[in-house]
Design a protein around this ligand. Sequence first.
Ligand SMILES: NC(=O)c1ccc[n+]([C@@H]2O[C@H](COP(=O)([O-])OP(=O)(O)OC[C@H]3O[C@@H](n4cnc5c(N)ncnc54)[C@H](OP(=O)(O)O)[C@@H]3O)[C@@H](O)[C@H]2O)c1
Length: 443
Amino acid sequence: MPKTRKKVAVALLGLGTVGLAVAELLEKNRQLIESRVGASLELKSALVRDKAKARPGLPPGVVVTDDPSAVLDDPEVDIVVEVMGGFEPAYAYLRRAIEGGKHVVTANKAVLAKHWDDIFHLAHDRSVDVYIEASVGGGIPCVQAINDGLAANRIERLTAIINGTTNYILTGMASNGQSFEKALKDAQAHGYAEADPSFDLDGMDACHKLAILGSIAFDQRVRVEDIHLQGIRGISKQDIDIARVEMGCVVKHLAMARVRRSDGALEVQVVPALLPLDHPLAGVDGVNNGVLVSGDAVGEVLFSGRGAGGGPTASAVISDIIFVARNVAVGVAGRVPSIPYDVEKVQSRRIVPAEEISNRFFVRLTAVDQPGALAAIARVFADHAISISSVAQNEKEKGSTVPVYVSTYSAPERAMRECVAALERLPTVRPNTLVLRLEVPEA
Ligand SMILES: NC(=O)c1ccc[n+]([C@@H]2O[C@H](COP(=O)([O-])OP(=O)(O)OC[C@H]3O[C@@H](n4cnc5c(N)ncnc54)[C@H](OP(=O)(O)O)[C@@H]3O)[C@@H](O)[C@H]2O)c1
């Protein structure tokens, strides 16, 4: 008979935006949460860097410490909740917790994306639970939904907006007429972008999250290095306007993984792309996130909602705590891996190298305004075997140079890269060509 428990003890690593919100929400909804667990939950201690910092809203009775051993070596703690962030010492503490037989909940996408194999292998060896809902999509319960709710399906495609900062900026440019710089400042003023926003703008944050979702959805390890990555720098308000007027599209920063029909290989990319206005993700605006999953039985399923912030993220963290605490309370924790990660059984589809991924493209060129310029541009596309589907020119911007927008049919990234290099060698084309993907099905 498994040993049942009346009380489960939890400790936090980190008491910042998410950690404090977890402590507050556990207290606010205590009765409800404990009835769902079937045991009482004690928030015993929290590890911080600076013990002297005020922690408004922290419920009484929680021991705040700057000594990792006080949390990690406390035999009474059943569940360690890592909401510190960063690679180290977060990863070292996670390992130490697992090695010490503690169950783990983490929101740390950076550590998960990098150390996925080690964490899940170690957890399997030590028979502990590891839950990771808050690492992707903030408050949207997309991890467990894909892992459990869609487990009967062969997932064919996953398309997601999973970085609130870039989505807020692109939405600000589209809806409020803001320049990129103004939209970024606005995001920083609202606390949606870091002082150094590179991690978000250049796509690494979305890349970490896609590595996690992809590894779950496609039953094989998707590594950060496998993902074709392009951020949102260089996109102008004018590009977004033209995309809408000429193409009937919005510009979104998309994380995409899809099984290629021709050979079953997996294409994974984080890229800015045009989406038709009636696409399910086109209306996911501001700091919201959206995850669209396509399964062979279920068809398309869309998850959307608040992708960050203390409250939504605490909602996801506590749902994990409830899962684990329930297991601890009935004495079955660690018996079934939360993510069915088994290196012997996982698939091994080929992951398509970035330059071989095929996309439709929407290209902005800066051309000298003179007769024959367009014909020369068209010739370069043809020389690279890329078929043009439409061309638009922004009359309003007419000067000595003019922005020319070319949309294409599907072509490999390598061909497009070589095409851009050749275009920029033309005497009539200036540098700084912008290449976006065009997520519009070919007619
Ligand atoms: N914020 C969000 O909306 C959000 C959404 C989804 C996922 N996440 C993830 O959740 C995690 C936490 O994010 P957050 O926004 O809550 O971060 P945060 O506000 O910066 O809080 C970090 C906390 O960890 C503590 N800490 C940091 N380094 C430490 C160290 N070396 N030793 C001891 N304590 C340390 C800090 O202590 P002090 O308070 O003493 O400085 C602070 O309490 C990250 O992995 C993040 O990616 C956040």
